[in-house]
Ligand binder design. Structure first.
Ligand code: MGD
Ligand code: MGD
Ligand code: SF4
Ligand code: MO
Length: 704
């Protein structure tokens, strides 16, 4: 029996697992002992990765849509040539930007890097990622406040903090290992605080739950800042040495009185003062935010309001502190810095000629072909298709027909495309229904590459199983199209993921994300490496747990972090007579994964989960409407669409709010086309709706 250590490619924790292989089959999966992230533990999803042996069809070939609408299998060479010719044809007829791509935070570093190279550099067009749906807000907030998209914490901080404040984050369901680390916290008397309109699974397990009204976090956070200023509960030495703009911020928050916050947030004055006091009394306070913050119409400023609290109280760069964003997908952190979409490979500026030249020399392409500007955002790509300007789309490792906000807009777009390439491990995902080309690639257990987790740790994915005769990886698939495009010398240095990794290492040199000291072979079977890890400084950076900003210096030009703030915007969807109910959305359970194509890999979960769309409704609201468990309702959304859901009744969702798990396509049929103005991340959790009961709609959950 052979043991191979690799990385789980579900969530951003990037647990390492030991796969035991016998006769070409995985016979046992054991979470890697001693791995600094998950040390011998993991969740059910990682333990289920071996199911890909049976869920993914072996030896698949590409498929091309025929004139009669059927799909026909062709060789890989034919598939590559078809896509390359079609891209060239569309670009020559309609311009370079008539073709676009949607990349992902779930592939390896090397895979989205080569995609970004081919599409953004050589083809000079737009590629956004599903990272826009998820981490764009945190990325922008970090860049503006800290000077680089570099979350500073290490997971150990969860164990060292005496006051942990989770804002719009539900790690009990979404990041079980984060929650495990919280449970491992031995600081006497430590407090766990949750700010979430819903009594989430994490709120149920916390010491304090602040169930504010949805979308009112910004007012709450400014009010807390006001109380801290008023009582002089701030760290003047840290503010002086390490920040810009504090005086203006302190003056700005003066208007945020407790009385006003009570009215806006629905919390009591005592609760708000209690929260401020908890922050003041803590010696090592950490703030942790996720999608309840990132997915809003004023999300960047909300994220920064959290960072402001950490900065003004000096809770930054010390053990157990930080204004920390928790990442979602397994390699979202990698895609933020290395996908060549919103910044150059390695985080540089598109407008910096010296940086463009440096990268051009490393990757072997003319400087003039290095992407010149950030991509247009996701929503502009979908709108561009619907307006007839974009004719070709290539998506990989994402399922936007389901996950995109107001997803009927994607359904319409997909039907308009002349070329629609879908690259996935499953050919039955919703997005593939209108594909003109389907590229079936191997899953994570059959390929090699690098992942970067939520605390900047790079880890190795290594092939656990051998490949069948037609089986190729995402990397090879993109490379195949690149060669068919005639890229010639511009793709010569990109033959293998390992070569790509070495180029990215070189690109990262001297930057905040410098990983020039990390070697491909050293990463194999290792404890991972947090960046920065510069070559020549290995001894200095040897620790398994490293945080940034310990010296109070940030990546801005003057080394100081910026207080950024702004008057809260009016809620674009205030509950009103027609749509009195907030339509909250998010994760359903530990075993369900996004659009559920991969939930089938988690067999025990798949066996017992409800097959039809459901949502949670408050007990009183259900009683008032004569609704019983698993009755069917029709929900009418402010976006003009409606969809049917089964009802689960709970006290954990407040009156006049519904909570819809995102794992059903109906959920995003009802979410609005509305975005944060800085990050362009969708306001997924802020729509409104009304509902009606459908007569005779009752279902037995085990038979639907
Ligand atoms: N099992 C499982 N785990 C996952 C995933 C999965 O699909 N399944 N997906 C992964 C990914 S990519 C991500 S991004 C993460 C997401 O991880 P989380 O962000 O933790 O998960 P969500 O359920 O999207 O949202 C978190 C909470 O935000 C709350 N919320 C809604 N509106 C507001 C508001 O106005 N204010 C506040 N303060 N809170 C609000 C919701 O009630 C919800 O409890 O999970 C990762 N882990
Ligand atoms: N309403 C609402 N909507 C949301 C959210 C929300 O909270 N509320 N959350 C948003 C967030 S945070 C996220 S991250 C998105 C996620 O949205 P998506 O990215 O669309 O969701 P997934 O189901 O993870 O899609 C990943 C796809 O990759 C495929 N896949 C798996 N492994 C491989 C591989 O190795 N190669 C290739 N090529 N394919 C592979 C899977 O089969 C699956 O089809 O959803 C967003 N949508
Ligand atoms: S899904 Fe996340 S927590 Fe679960 S095993 Fe994978 S990396 Fe670990
Ligand atoms: Mo995400």
């Amino acid at each position: 029996m052979k043991k191979i250590q690799s990385t789980c490619n579900f969530c951003a924790i990037d647990c390492n697992l030991d796969f035991y292989v016998e006769d070409g089959r995985i016979v046992k999966t054991v979470p890697t002992k001693g791995y600094p992230v998950n040390d011998g533990f993991s969740c059910i999803k990682g333990l289920s990765l071996s199911k890909q042996q049976t869920t993914v069809k072996p030896d698949s070939l590409p498929k091309l849509r025929q004139a009669d609408g059927t799909m026909k299998e062709v060789s890989w060479e034919e598939g590559f040539k078809y896509v390359a010719d079609k891209i060239k044809d569309l670009q020559s007829r309609y311009g370079r930007e008539s073709v676009a791509g949607i990349s992902t935070g779930q592939l390896t570093l090397e895979e989205f890097a080569i995609f970004g190279h081919v599409m953004r550099n050589y083809l000079q067009t737009n590629v956004d990622g599903n990272t826009r749906l998820c981490m764009a807000t945190a990325a922008v907030a970090h860049k503006q406040t800290l000077g680089f998209d570099a979350p500073g914490y290490t997971l150990q901080d969860l164990e060292l903090s005496d006051t942990l404040i989770f804002i719009g984050a539900n790690p009990v369901v979404a990041h079980p290992i984060v929650w495990g680390r919280v449970r491992n916290n031995k600081v006497p008397g430590h407090k766990i605080v949750v700010i979430d309109p819903r009594r989430s699974e994490t709120a149920m397990n916390a010491d304090y739950w602040y169930g504010l009204k949805p979308r009112t976090d910004l007012v709450l956070l400014y009010t807390i800042a006001h109380i801290l200023v008023e009582n002089d509960w701030v760290d003047h030495a840290f503010i002086e040495k390490s920040t810009n703009g504090y005086e203006d911020f302190a003056a700005f928050v003066k208007d945020y009185t407790v009385e006003k916050a009570v009215e806006v947030t629905g919390l009591s004055g005592d609760q708000i003062r209690e929260l401020a006091e908890l922050i003041h009394r803590g010696k090592a306070v950490s703030f942790w935010w996720t999608m309840g913050v990132n997915q809003g119409y004023e999300a960047v400023r909300t994220a920064q309001a959290i960072m402001n609290l950490a900065l003004m109280t000096g809770n930054v760069g010390r053990p157990g502190t930080g204004g920390n964003s928790i990442t979602g997908q397994c390699n979202a952190m990698g895609s933020r810095v290395f996908s060549n979409t919103t910044c150059l490979h390695g985080g540089g500026d598109f407008g910096d000629p010296a940086e463009r030249q440096r990268i051009a020399d490393i990757v072997g392409i003319e400087e003039d072909l290095i992407a010149k500007k950030p991509t247009i955002p996701y929503n502009k790509i979908i709108e561009g298709i619907n307006e007839g300007k974009i004719k070709g789309l290539w998506i990989l490792c994402t399922n936007p027909r389901h996950s995109w906000t107001n997803n009927e807009t994607f359904a319409r777009a997909a039907k308009k495309l002349d070329l629609f390439v879908v690259q996935d491990i499953y050919d039955n995902i919703e997005s593939a229904e209108d594909a003109t080309v389907f590229f079936p690639v191997v899953p994570g257990i059959k390929k090699a590459g690098t992942y970067i987790n939520l605390e900047r740790r790079m880890s190795a994915m290594r092939p656990v199983l051998p490949r069948g005769k037609n089986e190729i990886s995402d990397y090879e698939c993109i490379l195949g199209v690149a060669k068919a495009l005639g890229m010639g010398p511009a793709i010569e240095r990109w033959e293998t993921p390992e070569q790509c990794f070495d180029m990215l290492r070189e690109i990262s040199r001297g930057k905040p994300c410098d990983f020039s000291g990390v070697k491909w072979d050293d990463l194999t079977g290792s404890k991972g490496r947090q960046w920065p890890y510069p070559e020549g400084k290995e001894a200095e950076y040897a620790d398994d747990q490293r945080r940034l900003y310990e010296d109070g210096r940030f990546f801005t030009a003057d080394g100081k972090a910026n207080f950024l703030f702004e008057e809260p915007l009016p809620n674009p969807y205030p509950p009103d007579e027609n749509y009195p109910i907030v339509f909250n959305t998010g994760r359903g359970s530990v075993g369900q994964w996004h659009t559920q194509s991969r939930t089938k890999e988690v067999k025990f979960v798949e066996d017992v989960s409800v097959k039809k769309a459901y949502l949670f409704m408050n007990t009183d609201q259900a009683a008032e409407n004569d609704i019983h468990e698993m009755d069917r309702i029709r929900v009418y959304s402010v976006n003009g669409e409606n969809a049917d859901f089964l009802v689960k009744i709970t006290d954990n969702v407040p009156y006049n709010q519904l909570y819809a798990p995102i794992h059903y396509i109906e959920c995003n049929k009802l979410t609005p086309s509305n975005y944060d103005k800085y990050s362009r991340e969708p306001n997924y959790k802020g729509g409104t709706c009304r509902f009606e009961k459908i007569a005779g709609g009752k279902e037995d959950m085990y038979h639907v």
